[in-house]
Write a protein that binds this ligand. Structure first.
Ligand code: HEM
Length: 184
C-alpha cells in the first residue's frame, strides 16, 4: 500500500481538528440549551442517569452539529426523479435529513422515547462514517452526566440575549450562550 502523501496527511489532520472540536462543542452546547428549555428533562436525567445515552443520541438527530457537506457526483445519479449529472457539486443536508418526515414521525419534536432516533445521519453513513462517533458519544455522555449531576436550575442569564448561532453552511455553532445555574 502506498504511504499517504503530505497533502493527504495535512487533510486528515485538518479533518481531525475541525471534525473533532467544532462538532462536539456544538453538540454539548445544544444539549445544554435543550436542558434550559426543557427543565423536566434535566430532572429525568438527574434521577435516571441511565437515560443519558438515549438523550445524547436524540440531540444528535435533533440538532445535528454537521448540517451539510459537499460532494461531487462520480456518475449520473437519479434522485426522486431528478437527474444529477456526473461531476455536479451537491450538498448533503444531514440536518434536514434528520428532520425528515419519511424517517421520523413528528420530526421537529424532541421525544426521549422515540424508538428509531439512532437511525439519524448526524455522523454520515457508509465509507465516510465519522471515525470519531464513538468518542463523541462517550464525551457527550460524560459531559451531560457531569452537568446534570452537579448543576441545577440551568437557565439563560437574565438581561442577556438568547443564544445566537454563527452563520455557517456546514456546522451549527452557537456563538454565545449566557447561562446561570446553581451547584447541587
Ligand atoms: C458530534 C460530534 C461529531 C459529528 C456530528 C461528526 C460528524 C461527522 C460527519 C457527518 C462526517 C462525514 C464527513 C464526510 O463524509 O465528508 C465525519 C467524518 C469524520 N469525523 Fe466526525 N463528527 C463528530 C465528532 C468527531 C470527533 C470527536 C472526531 C475525532 C476526534 C471526528 C473525526 C472525523 C474524521 C477524521 C472524519 C473523516 C472520516 C472519513 O472521511 O473517512 N469526528 N464526522
Amino acid at each position: 500500500m502506498e504511504p499517504l502523501t503530505m497533502h493527504e496527511r495535512q487533510n486528515l489532520m485538518h479533518q481531525f481538528i475541525t471534525g473533532g472540536f467544532e462538532t462536539t462543542q456544538s453538540a454539548v452546547a445544544h444539549a445544554i440549551w435543550l436542558l434550559v428549555r426543557r427543565p423536566e428533562l434535566h430532572q429525568i436525567l438527574f434521577e435516571k442517569p441511565g437515560k443519558i445515552k438515549k438523550f445524547v443520541e436524540k440531540t444528535s438527530r435533533w440538532e445535528s452539529p454537521v448540517q451539510g457537506l459537499f460532494r461531487v457526483t462520480r456518475r449520473d445519479v437519479e434522485l426522486d426523479g431528478t437527474m444529477i449529472p456526473e461531476g455536479s457539486y451537491v450538498i448533503i443536508r444531514y440536518g434536514a435529513a434528520n428532520r425528515g418526515y419519511r424517517e421520523f414521525i413528528c420530526p421537529h419534536r424532541f421525544d426521549m422515547e422515540r424508538s428509531n432516533a439512532g437511525a439519524h445521519l448526524a455522523f454520515d453513513s457508509g465509507a465516510h462514517f465519522c471515525v470519531g462517533a464513538k468518542l463523541d458519544r462517550r464525551q457527550m455522555t460524560t459531559a451531560i452526566g457531569d452537568i446534570t449531576r452537579r448543576l441545577k436550575n440551568i437557565r439563560l442569564a437574565k438581561d442577556l440575549p438568547d443564544p445566537v448561532h454563527e452563520c455557517s453552511l456546514a456546522f451549527l455553532p452557537i456563538a454565545e450562550m449566557h447561562l446561570g445555574f446553581e451547584k447541587r
